[in-house]
Design a protein. Structure first.
Length: 230
């Protein structure tokens, strides 16, 4: 009888502890934010306020505005209005742009030089409270250009170096990956060092960290999970 009684006590104690641990784990489990990428609805040609309204209707946590043409104005006051609207709706903003490789077939001079585009994008991201500014090198067509994709990588890195003095954004470190593998041969080249590099990818995506004094280059960098991904 005594053995059975002790077993019951042990069982009850263990059950209580297990239930408490489960409840604690449930409380501390991080929430995965779900968002919308405006690229998926680009045909509607909506600007930031309309995109925010749509994201709110979908009950999104985040909105990734993946090009700087989606703002009515790039003036700081106008961008602050966009941020205020996002804050009021409880939506986090992520900013993005297009090619910053001046020799890429995808490069658009509409925003000035590649350096000017990048500096403008970083300013937009800071004004919106975006932790990153996403840009791209180009497209698969760049592999067919003179010098191939490596020449385009080198041109992109020159732009990144030129923008190192942009406030709150510094290229102190660059991650080299190609589908998870480091490109080691770059470190053997006299024009590359271990802290520099790019990735081999059909569309090379650069995710620039804002306010963290670091610039990262990844083969695949995405905003939070999108219900309308591309």
């Amino acid at each position: 009888m005594q053995t059975a009684s002790v077993s019951r006590r042990s069982f009850l104690a263990t059950s209580v502890l297990a239930a408490g641990a489960a409840a604690l784990a449930q409380e501390t489990k991080p929430k995965i934010k779900v968002g919308l990428d405006n690229f998926s609805v680009r045909a509607l040609q909506w600007k930031a306020p309309q995109l925010l309204d749509f994201a709110a209707q979908l009950k999104c946590d985040t909105l990734f505005i993946s090009d700087i043409e989606s703002y009515d104005s790039l003036e700081d006051a106008a961008l602050r209005d966009v941020k205020k609207k996002a804050d009021d709706l409880g939506i986090d903003l992520y900013a993005g742009g297009w090619s910053i490789c001046p020799t890429s077939k995808a490069f658009k001079p509409k925003w000035g030089t590649a350096e000017e585009h990048l500096r403008t994008g970083i300013r937009v991201a800071k004004a919106l409270g975006s932790p990153v500014y996403r840009v791209v090198l180009g497209t698969a067509e760049d592999r067919k250009t003179e010098g191939g994709i490596r020449a385009r990588m080198a041109d992109t890195v020159k732009v990144l170096k030129a923008c190192r003095d942009t406030p709150k954004c510094s290229a102190r470190a660059v991650t080299l990956t190609c589908a998870g593998s480091t490109i080691s041969d770059f470190s053997q080249s006299p024009t590359w060092t271990a802290s520099e590099g790019c990735i081999l990818s059909a569309m090379i995506v650069l995710q620039i960290q804002i306010d963290q004094c670091i610039l990262l280059i990844h083969a695949k960098s995405h905003a939070p999970v999108s219900r309308h991904g591309h």
